[in-house]
Design a protein around this ligand. Structure first.
Ligand SMILES: O=c1[nH]c(=O)c2[nH]c(=O)[nH]c2[nH]1
Length: 300
């Protein structure tokens, strides 16, 4: 009559904080993450026959995350995700795949009296660093790194003209507009065959390169469109990080509308005279792309 066609289960929103205390200098460093683990394997009978013997309880999964966090570095998150994935696929013969997602939150060291403070931090924005890792038994680990919720705006240096026009078109062309977006950028790594291979990669350097390229290109590109600017970002990240096979962006176009105030004593507030704008929440444009190197992509 019916069959189970999809089954994954695990613990979501496992909140984790780890401090590293350098006893000699007294400097402490902190990392805060939110972890999701979802397991796949020979678990059908738990759904279809109430057979809990195949269930590694989600509470066990949570405890395991804490123990692995104690026993291993949790940063870079790509490596910790691979450690978690390997643990579940190696420890339980009937678990064949582990999907691990880690969201790393920002804690930026405070500067006090011009000096980096040894143990005080602040949240400088909602931007997060995200990792999605899929470990499949005897096959390796597929890792995607991401930047999410990085809000940016430029007040000039962006145009949008020459677009298709027909009887449905109302938007005027512009040679000078505000450009704002909340960056969601991802980069897919080549398939790693083993945990030691994952541990040899400088994921922090890649994250910094992707972030710097995103910000520098956003700021300096004389943007013809969101589409063209994001393609330039992808192209540079592929060039900067040889182990990355694909780069993707998803960019909402957060519109700022001019307001015609001429009805009030002839106030000039459009075109080159525009200074007061109305930020829009919705609807918004949404522009997405994935850019790959030529050739096939290895996928789990
Ligand atoms: O950069 C842009 N790309 C579009 O596709 C588009 N469409 C639109 O209305 N404004 C913009 N801006």
């Amino acid at each position: 009559m019916s069959q189970l066609s999809y089954a994954r289960y695990g613990k979501d929103n496992v909140r984790l904080y780890k401090v590293d205390k350098d006893e000699r200098s007294g400097v402490q460093s902190v990392v805060e993450q939110t972890v999701r683990v979802l397991l796949e394997g020979d678990i059908e009978t738990s759904y279809t026959q109430a057979d809990n013997s195949v269930v590694v309880a989600t509470d066990t999964q949570k405890q395991t995350v804490y123990i692995l966090a104690k026993q291993n570095p949790i940063s870079p998150p790509e490596q910790f995700a691979a450690v978690i994935g390997e643990h579940f696929t190696k420890t339980y013969p009937h678990i064949h795949a582990a999907h691990v997602k880690i969201i790393q939150h920002r804690w930026t060291r405070m500067t006090v009296d011009g000096k980096p403070h040894p143990h005080s931090f602040f949240r400088d924005g909602e931007e997060v660093r995200v990792v999605e890792a899929l470990t499949r038994e005897n096959q390796g680990v597929s890792i995607r790194s991401k930047i999410e919720k990085l809000l940016v705006l430029k007040s000039t240096g962006s145009a949008f003209h020459g677009f298709h026009r027909d009887e449905y078109t109302q938007l005027p062309e512009t040679w000078d507009r505000i450009l704002s977006t909340e960056v969601e950028a991802g980069w897919q790594w080549k398939l790693f065959k083993s945990l030691p291979e994952v541990k040899s990669v400088d994921f922090d350097a890649a994250w910094k390169a992707a972030r710097d390229i995103t910000l520098n290109t956003f700021a300096t590109d004389n943007s013809a469109s969101v589409q063209n600017t994001m393609y330039k970002m992808c192209d540079q990240i592929l060039a900067a990080v040889p182990l990355v096979e694909a780069v993707d962006y998803s960019l909402p176009n957060k519109h700022y509308f001019e307001i015609d105030l001429s009805w009030h004593k002839g106030l000039k507030n459009t075109g080159k005279d525009a200074t007061v704008y109305a930020p829009q929440s919705n609807p918004n444009g949404l522009i997405q792309c994935t850019v790959t190197r030529k050739g096939p992509i290895a996928k789990l």
